[in-house]
Design a protein around this ligand. Structure first.
Ligand code: OGA
Ligand code: MN
Length: 197
């Protein structure tokens, strides 16, 4: 992984889109893991936190499964992220403390309304990562990620969720939205955090 390139662009622009940072073998294994054929693994994603947590399909229509360090495929992805965490801490002194991530599946007809990944009163998410796992994705499938500039008025980047693409951005500064997908859309969303205390 090219830590110098990633850290330089995060410092200057606040986000970076990487065409295919992971090897095909791992991407294939992650794709296999990102299926909800086992009904005990995935559940409807919720919005808000604590007592205010609720499932509102009109805001967010994905089902999610948190990565499991006991699974070898998940562990390989987490190990790559750990290398990134250490590299970014060394380059940018971000003090990133840990990383949490989940598989996400948006069925046809679902998206995620414009939002910030930093929850009110809980500012410990520093960097967001999203890895896309959709082979042969067509523009007509929709499901683009829109990144807005910090005021939320203007779109500054549109990312197609094509196989192997990864975006990394500063969680606090970029409101973003997942447009309605017209086909099943698979990804892994994750957050590097600083210690809450
Ligand atoms: C999220 C999110 C973006 C995407 O899960 O918080 O914004 O492109 N995901 O899947
Ligand atoms: Mn988000």
């Amino acid at each position: 992984m090219d830590i110098a390139k990633i850290s330089t662009q995060l410092e200057h622009t606040g986000y970076i889109v990487l065409a295919k940072p992971l090897v095909d073998k791992l991407l294939g294994e992650l794709f296999t893991r990102c299926h909800d054929d086992d009904p005990t693994r995935f559940h409807a994603a919720q919005v808000g936190r604590g007592a205010a947590k609720q499932q509102i399909g009109s805001i967010r229509g994905d089902v999610i499964n948190w990565l499991d360090a006991g699974n070898s495929t998940d562990q390989a992805y987490l190990a790559w992220m750990e290398e990134l965490r250490l590299g970014l801490n060394a380059a940018l002194y971000l003090g990133l403390f840990d990383y949490e991530s989940h598989y996400a599946i948006y069925d046809k007809g679902n998206g995620y309304a414009k939002h910030s990944d930093v929850l009110q009163g809980k500012k410990n998410r520093i960097l967001t990562t999203v890895l896309y796992l959709n082979e042969d994705w067509q523009a007509s499938n929709g499901g683009e990620l829109l990144i807005f500039e910090p005021t939320g008025n203007t779109v500054i980047a549109t990312v197609n969720p094509t196989f192997g693409t990864m975006i990394i951005f500063l969680s606090e500064f970029f409101p973003h939205e997942v447009l309605v997908s017209h086909s099943t859309r698979r990804s892994i969303a994750g957050w590097f955090r600083v210690s809450a205390s």
